[in-house]
Design a binder for this molecule. Sequence first.
Ligand SMILES: Cc1cc2nc3c(=O)[nH]c(=O)nc-3n(C[C@H](O)[C@H](O)[C@H](O)COP(=O)(O)O)c2cc1C
Length: 345
Amino acid sequence: MLRTLAISLILLFSPVLNSCEKTGEETTVPDNSQEEQQEQEKEQQVESAGKTLIAYYSFSGDCRSIVASITTNMDADVLEIQPAEEGLDYAANNYAIGSSLIAAIREKPNNAASYPAIKPVNRNVADYDTLIIVTPLWWSNMAAPMQSYLFQEGSKMAGKTIGLIVSSYSSSISSVVADAQRLIPEGIFVKESLWINNANRSGKDALIKNWLSSFSNQSSETQSTMPEHIKISVGGKTIPIAIEDNNATMELVKVLRKAPVSYEANDYGGFEKVGDLGFSLPASDTQISTQPGDVILYSGNQIVLFYGTNSWSYTRIGKMEYGTLDELKAFLKAGQGMITVTLSL
Ligand SMILES: Cc1cc2nc3c(=O)[nH]c(=O)nc-3n(C[C@H](O)[C@H](O)[C@H](O)COP(=O)(O)O)c2cc1C
């Protein structure tokens, strides 16, 4: 899995490297090799398609032009965020509308009603490992329509690699970075965010190219790093699971990076809740004596959550970090029948 990821990231940015080498030089490559190369580049782009989503908002066109520059360097899907109300002039009367939208969000950032409505979006973040957010700065903060999008979708971006590009006249972007972190609390942010402003805008293409290449290195590192914990939620409560480092957990994390997984589990034997994940993980079963809190893979596709003990041939997934045994039993609703379990990053 990691190898495939590394290869696709290398492929993703190889057109960038190739185009850098070619710039301004007369090529001596014969025509047919050139065709082959173009064919390869096409194939490489297809292979990486769908992994990265660029979500942007633009009022006066600067961010749109940043996105155009990104997409000449990499293959990615693009989502434009659009306010539901068309034709508003956010800059009129000394930015009066934009300023009042930002003031409303600052006053009540946890209230959905503070965020201006946006048009429905046609991309599902679950389809992507990596997101690049491109947004203008408004009154030091992230432009309101982009905040609306991230307020709606940011919680679905847990465990995904996030890059941020901010455009302003001259104001620095630290509050926009803070907005992004607030709205995507469990995203893995690539440092540093890129700041395009009126002083460096004429050189933006080169800045973007450099930023993308360091973004690609960092995102391949984050995507190949195993987290120490995943989360388990039952009935609105969530606790961490400290996970093992094996093929089953690597595969599970890969699935969870896309989206949380929910399944139903029921009591069995008076010592466990067991349920079918709906897909198989690579098992490496050995004889195990389980303890309360153990999270175990059974038969490749069943997850067993122990509140008692048993001995069987299993693969360890990890251990729930719970307080007392009674708290664990209450969390798992031990002996009370069917529960819905959600695993997430
Ligand atoms: C409502 C509003 C507020 C703005 N506030 C600031 C600001 O405080 N500081 C700044 O440097 N630029 C500010 N700008 C300028 C934009 O950040 C800048 O022009 C940006 O490049 C616009 O991107 P866009 O063309 O994609 O909309 C503001 C623009 C608007 C519309």
